[in-house]
Design a protein around this ligand. Structure first.
Ligand code: GTP
Ligand code: MG
Length: 197
């Protein structure tokens, strides 16, 4: 799919404030700093569409972007980031779980995982929650430019083994880098295919 336009629509503090249009919506979620906002910029070839940062916890709101004037791309805050205040220490903030459970327009949730890490319990817990909630999801490995292909193969096997403990079938899996744009075309084609159905 060719990206002809990509525009910021709004930032929302709750799913109730999200845009009302009933167009297809694809959201990006994952641990803080995993590269959600960077991947959105890489997919759209817009350097500054979503705000990125080396410090975890940059994205705090639900951010909607409209692509090709026809579908939403949504940047979500990361989970698993313990800030000092007690209320924000909850592992999966209510903002995120409420959005996932209530957003009717949500077509597919992309769950991002850092290619460099062995499976983390928090990611497995989150994927399990999404699966049990019957939300359509896919997995995206990020920062592929930071790993060696052979080492990554082993990491991927460990992740798959962990997922098979919970699921009988695995969801679609993408391997990406926001730096080199590896895997970006595959994700855009996947979205295009779903949009067409
Ligand atoms: P929060 O909004 O804080 O939850 O983070 P996020 O998941 O949106 O991460 P963000 O895109 O802000 O990126 C976090 C850091 O990782 C930044 O310093 C990025 O430059 C870096 N980064 C993201 N993607 C990649 C990638 O594919 N390769 C490399 N080398 N660095 C990346
Ligand atoms: Mg972000």
């Amino acid at each position: 799919m060719k990206i002809k336009s990509a525009e910021f629509v709004k930032s929302s503090q709750s799913w109730k404030e999200c845009p009302e249009s009933k167009i297809q919506e694809y959201a990006f979620i994952g641990r803080s700093n995993v590269g959600k906002s960077s991947l959105i910029n890489a997919l759209t070839s817009r350097k500054y569409l979503a705000k990125t940062s080396g410090t975890p916890g940059k994205t705090q709101l639900i951010n909607h972007f409209i692509i090709n004037e026809s579908w939403f791309l949504t940047d979500l805050p990361g989970y698993g980031y313990a800030k000092v205040s007690k209320s924000s220490r909850k592992v999966f903030q209510k903002l995120i779980t409420d959005y996932i459970l209530n957003r009717q327009q949500l077509t597919n949730l992309f769950i991002l995982i850092d290619s460099r890490h062995d499976p983390l319990q928090i990611d497995i817990d989150f994927i399990t929650f999404v699966g049990e909630s019957q939300i359509p999801f896919s997995i995206i490995y990020t920062k592929y430019d930071k790993v060696k292909p052979k080492g990554f193969e082993d990491t991927l096997k460990k992740h798959e083994a962990k997922l098979y403990e919970v699921f009988s079938d695995l969801p679609p899996i993408f391997v990406t880098s926001a730096e080199t744009k590896h895997g970006c075309d595959e994700i855009l084609d996947y979205i295009e295919q779903i949009n067409a159905n």
